[in-house]
Design a protein around this ligand. Sequence first.
Ligand SMILES: [Zn+2]
Length: 331
Amino acid sequence: MPEREPQPICPKCGYDQSGAIATGEKQCPVDGTCPECGQKFAWADVFDPSRVFLPWYIEHTGKKRAAARRIPATLRNLLLPNVFWKKLSVQSPVYPKRLWAWVATGVLALYALAAMLSIALTAYNTFRWNQLATDAVTQGLIPSSAAAQYQTDMARWSFWSDLLLDQFFTPWMEFISGDDTASQIALILAGMILLWAVILVVIPVTRRLAKLRMAHVHRAIALSLLMVILVFMLTVLTGAVSNVLRYAGLTVTGSWGNAFNLTQARFVQADLYARWVVTVLFVATLIWIQWFWIAAILRGWQIRSFMLPVLGLIASLLAGYTVFLYLTVYS
Ligand SMILES: [Zn+2]
């Protein structure tokens, strides 16, 4: 990705500082103050942004491998938004394209993961059905001539090609229609992120309060979306584990009162814990998103306004609630 030429602009609001440079040439000051937003900055940082690069942050390297190695440290720092935004000051350069590339990679990885899990589960389920039909014949429950109608020939190429085609479209369809837990959670969280962005860049009154370059908002949207993608992945994985347990006959749907034996009762309990984990994860991410944006405004972008975080919080929570209502009414 091409590095942008450092321009003499205010790192926070993007105001052109050429005028200040022209008048300051005689005195040659070390620090500057933006006449537009009041942000203080060091002139050296404006002309050489690499001075404020963070050595652990994915956005601050143009090399893909180096960036991949920085994922764990970046996520670790993101867990505590106020610490993250204290380290990542408004002066540090923003490369929204790099972050959006990570979001796209995350979505693709998630899609591949969901499709693979779906294929594996369906294949396993088919395998179990075939086995049950064979067992039924062995036990004399059904005649061997009837077994074929319950069985699917898994050695056939068309079985796998149909499965592949079918499953590669299913996760997206479910995501769009929002009729499973993981996508419902993701849609609610995405709605909350969207409204923070709307408050900061779309609504004129709050936009004037913020006086912020678009790039900073881009960064915050991309980073919070990355967190939502991670939560989505964990939710999909938890769902897959409970499906495997059910297909394997280790657990049953509903309460443990439906269980036939002790093993099933234990796994029903484990499945229940998994659902709890998903709920806790959802609530934690909901709180994290609010914390992340409030910390971004007050710490990262140093916007001295209490109106902005309060309005953003209300708008974001309302957005989440609206999506939640929409999903419960229409699904
Ligand atoms: Zn400025």
